[in-house]
Design a protein around this ligand. Structure first.
Ligand code: AMP
Ligand code: MG
Length: 489
């Protein structure tokens, strides 16, 4: 079957004039399809075989699909704390919105398709390594149940991109609930242009939070709704040892989806100070700082909404502060709830936070692997020796174990059932940094996609132990050394 096209309905382009610049893809000589996300295609109601056939021309941007309105979106952003009033899609093109069979609306965006009016001297392009990295980690996050943008396809362009060296060029096709960011609000708010901010807020409510329209103060409700989505998201990141690496406000979606997998990575040994990104020299976006940073980013979002919250500035500030208080509390709740489940607790008791903190303290002092420790706890419940299943200090462990066991007794469930529930929330397979690097290197240097596909297979069923995949469950060997990541530019 040939590709029938997308049923586009481009509300952003239609309703938000002034929030974008029309643009087009650069056009590439020899595009080739490297990956097509068949399960996602099916979820979107698209025929994967037809997409594969149309793929090179379609996903490189060479042939824009019928009904597309290619635009580059405008946004600003606080980057590492400093404000940039004009960023925007410098290397991305929103083709349009598709409505899936369940009625969900998703943006279809090309990333790396060439310069736009927002490129600021950049080439607008992307290299194959970062494109595949975003594909892989997005799919892993999705399988882990973490809200995320997803890759529908990756193509190589047949042309090099020049970074430190020449690298194979590529384009990622990304699907997202939307690409509206905190930075999109900041773009207009920083110019004190309140009309467009209201327009964008109303659009966001219609598209993402329709219940807010009925609230007494819809904009207060929007702030709380976005904030809850974002704080829940960061709580999920913390529970899987994920470090985003570049939590600038232009990378914070109002939908609550994880976006922009540039320098992100997963932590092996538990240490809240872990930073992988080479440009994050002061550790602003370290693992343990992420909860504070999401609140900082939400404060920037609240500032953009001040004129909408109330007429009197004082009243508006009071409402913003009230919302931030609610959100800070929401983070704590969401974090505690998730961590409880990681140690097998469904019920809530007052001392649970302390019990969890004590475990994390032991993990930190022993430099224990974050992911394996939680799987190890379930093994102990199934009868394994704690000293063997857990790489923790035996004396500290001997003090902690009886506290945990006594707490589990009050759950009133058989140990086996608790262990099974724990394995359902504690992944065994995450994209380990050394595995990710190995997969990207094979793809980029040798055009060999087998390691990538094998890793993708492991991390897209992250909770189900498969003996043949034992190698994917271990942390990096010592010779892998300290890990550094780079922004995917
Ligand atoms: P990112 O680090 O990917 O979130 O990008 C931050 C900003 O830099 C965004 O405005 C991007 O569009 C822009 N940008 C990143 N890489 C490029 C590039 N190669 N060419 C043009 N703009 C870019
Ligand atoms: Mg970005």
């Amino acid at each position: 079957m040939t590709f029938q096209g997308f049923a586009f309905d481009n509300t952003f382009a239609r309703e938000l004039e002034g929030f974008y610049a029309p643009s087009e893809a650069a056009g590439f000589k020899a595009p080739a399809l490297v990956k097509l996300n068949r399960p996602l295609a099916e979820e979107l109601g698209l025929d994967p075989d037809a997409l594969a056939e149309a793929g090179p021309a379609l996903f490189s941007g060479n042939t824009p699909p019928a009904g597309a309105t290619p635009i580059a979106q405008a946004y600003a952003g606080h980057q590492f704390g400093g404000f940039s009033p004009r960023l925007g899609d410098g290397r991305a093109l929103l083709l349009g919105e598709i409505v899936d069979p369940q009625g969900g609306r998703r943006d279809l965006q090309l990333k790396g398709s060439g310069p736009t009016p927002f490129s600021r001297g950049g080439d607008g392009k992307a290299a194959l390594g970062p494109v595949l990295r975003e594909y892989l980690i997005g799919e892993a996050m999705h399988a882990l149940g973490v809200p995320t943008t997803r890759a529908l396809a990756a193509v190589t362009t047949g042309e090099p991109v020049f970074r430190d060296t020449a690298l194979p060029g590529a384009v990622l096709t990304r699907v997202a609930a939307s690409h509206i960011r905190v930075g999109t609000f900041e773009f207009f708010a920083s110019r004190h242009d309140h009309g467009p901010v209201r327009k964008l807020a109303d659009y966001t409510i219609r598209r993402h939070y329709p219940a807010s329209a009925k609230a007494e103060n819809p904009y207060f409700d929007l702030l709380v709704a976005v904030g809850k989505a974002q704080t829940s998201l960061v709580a999920r990141w913390m529970q899987i040892g994920f470090i985003h690496g570049v939590m600038n406000t232009d990378n914070v979606t109002v939908s609550g989806e994880t976006i922009d997998y540039g320098p992100c990575a997963f932590m092996d040994a538990f240490d809240p100070a872990t930073v992988f990104s080479s440009i994050d020299r002061r550790g602003r976006y370290a693992y343990g700082n992420q909860p504070g940073i999401v609140m900082w980013n939400l404060a920037r979002f609240a500032e953009t909404l001040l004129p909408l919250l109330a007429d009197a500035p004082k009243a508006a500030i009071a409402l913003a502060e009230e919302a931030l208080g609610i959100l800070s509390e929401h983070y704590e709740q969401s974090s505690l709830e998730g961590m409880r489940r990681k140690i097998g607790l469904q019920k809530a008791e007052g001392g649970d936070g302390e019990l969890i903190e004590a475990l994390l303290g032991m993990m930190e002092s022993a430099e224990a692997d974050f992911t394996s420790t939680f799987r190890g706890l379930a093994k102990v419940l199934r009868g394994a020796s704690a000293d063997e299943a857990l790489q923790l200090n035996p004396e500290e462990l001997a003090a902690w174990m009886p506290r945990w066991r006594a707490r589990l007794d009050r759950e009133g469930a058989p140990a086996d059932a608790i262990a099974t529930a724990m394995d359902g929330v504690n992944p065994i397979y995450i994209p380990r940094n050394h595995r990710t690097e190995e997969a990207l290197e094979a793809a980029v240097q040798d055009g060999d996609m087998r390691p990538f596909d094998a890793l993708l297979e492991a991390v897209t069923q992250p909770y189900e132990e498969r003996p043949s995949l034992a190698d994917y469950a271990s942390p990096a060997p010592p010779e892998f050394g300290p890990y550094k990541t780079f922004c995917g530019t």
